[in-house]
Design a protein around this ligand. Structure first.
Ligand SMILES: N[C@@H](CCSC[C@H]1O[C@@H](n2cnc3c(=O)[nH]cnc32)[C@H](O)[C@@H]1O)C(=O)O
Ligand SMILES: [Zn+2]
Length: 430
């Protein structure tokens, strides 16, 4: 199958390219041509790109997709109360089918708001993988592991099974990571064991880090160090590629410890704002050459997984924090949500920019709207004015998943029916 997008405003996100008007051809799962004019072929599915921006799909670098079922059910609580009193009891009631439908709900929201890949950390990962496979999305999947009780190695075994069964599956759309949940839920012995496994198999790691002040205090009491030092002492940054979620409470020395690491930090500004966690020092990390991407965290905390909301929040917070509107300009924050996140998922040679030979993961944004006119600077509109509902078309791996705002791989009526019944049962009485 081939697709020809004609006369779109193309934003490749490569440093050297300014936005220009042109055509894009997709053949199979890859971009095969980008030029001012491309001759149509009889087999081409033609997409009119006029009044639309074509850009790389956004990449959500930190998600717990099935938490969409818990959206809006326990807002306005402190993180530890929210997690321990609400989320964990609700999660204990989720069966594998619930996880499948919750993941699908998040995926539908992501496709509708221009996300083409995500990194997920959760439980019952086979069901999430099935949802990814069926919907055509791209994902890096992680079985999150809390090591607070002896489970006879069950969690670790599930993580190993996920990596064995799903790495490279669904035409290569699925990759995997190992996921020790956080410094405060992972004692040093199992942590070292998981790191060793990740290094031996060359599988990345995905972990929460320094999300709250309470976490920093807890780790200082337990081990006499910062959460970042704790991970460094365990050997996490020596060889493994690591996706660190949050990194809100990092001091200057912590940031120094991350310099030169493989992987980087997923910034989740809306979740951090809503849980009152603080503002991650991401412009300092960027200045130190640390790679930073953007994620949403689960919809249980952020309540939305629209990456355009995160883009706005990320840049506003840096400007506010430093009292300096020149911080994190439009181009840089868009780069974080595309190229930065792609690197966190280890996919920087495949996605994150529009480039011939790369996988065809791209979105079209409709500019024929009052809030998106006139067009002075495309990047400014994308960072400050666009929202997820302005995305017209979403393409992943050369397959059109949404066209003219209609989802092509998900039956939405069925989805909402399933979600309604399941969500009610899960939260009853909690
Ligand atoms: N409970 C599992 C681990 C699940 S991994 C994903 C976990 O991360 C939790 N989670 C979601 N958002 C956050 C956050 O912001 N900080 C810390 N944990 C979170 C989520 O509720 C879920 O339990 C076990 O027994 O091993
Ligand atoms: Zn999280």
């Amino acid at each position: 199958m081939s697709i020809l997008i004609q006369q779109a405003t193309i934003l490749t996100m490569k440093d050297t390219d300014a936005p220009f008007t042109g055509d894009i051809r997709v053949e199979g799962d890859r971009i095969t041509q980008i030029a001012e004019h491309i001759l149509p072929q009889p087999q081409d599915e033609i997409i009119d790109g006029r009044n639309k921006v074509a850009m790389p799909g956004l990449i959500n670098a930190h998600q717990h997709t099935p938490m969409s079922l818990l959206r809006g059910f326990s807002d306005d609580l402190k993180l530890m109360d929210w997690l321990e009193r609400k989320m964990l009891p609700a999660e204990a009631r989720m069966n594998p089918e619930d996880i499948y439908w919750g993941a699908k709900l998040s995926i539908a929201e992501m496709i509708r708001s221009g996300t083409t890949a995500f990194a997920d950390m959760y439980i019952h990962m086979n069901e999430i993988a099935e949802a990814v496979k069926q919907t055509g999305m791209r994902a890096s999947l992680t079985r999150g592991m809390v090591f607070l009780e002896d489970d006879g190695g069950r969690r670790l075994q599930e993580a190993i099974d996920l990596v064995e069964r799903w790495s490279g599956a669904a035409e290569g759309r699925i990759t995997t990571m190992y996921g020790p949940h956080s410094p405060y839920t992972c004692p040093v012995e199992p942590l070292r064991e998981v790191i060793a496994l990740a290094v031996t198999e060359d599988i990345p790691l995905h972990i929460h880090l320094a999300e709250t002040k309470e976490e920093v205090m807890k780790i200082r009491e337990r081990y006499g160090m910062t959460p970042t030092e704790y991970l460094e002492e365990a050997g996490m940054f020596e060889q493994a590629h690591v996706l660190l979620a949050h990194g809100v409470h990092l001091n200057r020395r912590d940031i120094g410890r991350l310099k030169g690491m493989r992987g980087g930090v997923a910034h989740n500004p809306v979740s951090n704002l809503k849980l009152g966690c603080g503002i991650a020092p991401i412009t300092e990390m960027l200045a130190q050459g640390i790679n930073v991407g953007i994620g949403t965290d689960g919809a249980g905390s952020a309540t939305t997984v629209d990456m355009f909301e995160e883009i706005k929040a990320a840049t506003w917070l840096q400007k506010l924090d430093y009292g300096d509107p020149t911080r994190l300009p439009a181009k840089d924050v868009l780069s974080m949500a595309t190229r930065g996140s792609a690197s966190l998922l280890g996919l920087q040679n495949e996605v994150g920019i529009l480039e011939v030979g790369h996988k065809a993961d791209l979105i079209l944004i409709d500019l024929a709207k009052p809030h998106l006119q006139p067009v002075h600077e495309v990047e400014s509109l994308l960072a400050y004015s666009v929202n997820g509902a302005d995305v017209d078309t979403t393409i992943v791996n050369g397959q059109i998943l949404m066209r003219g705002r209609k989802l092509l791989t998900i039956d939405e009526d069925e989805l909402y029916r399933e979600v309604k019944v399941r969500a009610k049962r899960i939260v009853e009485g909690i």
